[in-house]
Design a protein around this ligand. Structure first.
Ligand SMILES: [Zn+2]
Length: 135
C-alpha cells in the first residue's frame, strides 16, 4: 500500500493520508505560454447582415425621465415644470358652466394634475419634451 491511497478502517470510514498529492507541472521550453486563438472569421462566402440598433423613443410623462439633450448632447435627467394647458382651461370652463362659485374656476390652475408638463435640460435649460394631458 502506498502513502496516497485511503486507509479504510473496520467501520468503513475513510481516513485519508495526511500527505498532499504531488502535482508536477509539465514544462515545455519551446511551447508558447498560451495558445493563440484566431478570431472567428465566419464561414467563407457569407456576410453577416448589418445590425441596426433602434433606440426607443423617450416617453415623457408627469415625472422627470432620463433623456438625451440634443442641445448640449448629454444624457440628463429632465427637470419638469407644470404649465396650464388644454385640460386646465377645459376644467375651468366646465366649473364655470356648472355654476361653481366665483373663484372655483381657478382651482384647476392650482392643481398640477390638470396641467401639462414641460421637460427641461438641467444643464442648458433647453426644452427637451412636453407631456400634454389631452393628447
Ligand atoms: Zn442640454
Amino acid at each position: 500500500m502506498t502513502e496516497n491511497q485511503p486507509i479504510l478502517t473496520s467501520n468503513d470510514d475513510a481516513v485519508y493520508s495526511r500527505t498532499a498529492p504531488q502535482y508536477v507541472a509539465e514544462i515545455r521550453p519551446n511551447a508558447p505560454p498560451y495558445q493563440i486563438q484566431q478570431p472567428y472569421q465566419g464561414s467563407p462566402g457569407f456576410t453577416s447582415p448589418p445590425v441596426y440598433v433602434v433606440q426607443a423613443a423617450t416617453v415623457y410623462g408627469e415625472f422627470p425621465v432620463a433623456a438625451h439633450c440634443h442641445a448640449c448632447n448629454t444624457d440628463v435627467m429632465t427637470v419638469t415644470t407644470f404649465n396650464a394647458g388644454t385640460l386646465t382651461w377645459l376644467s375651468s370652463g366646465i366649473i364655470c358652466l356648472v355654476g361653481g362659485w366665483v373663484l372655483c374656476c381657478l382651482i384647476p390652475f392650482c392643481i398640477n394634475a390638470c396641467k401639462d408638463v414641460v421637460h427641461f435640460c438641467p444643464n442648458c435649460h433647453a426644452v427637451i419634451g412636453k407631456y400634454n394631458r389631452l393628447g
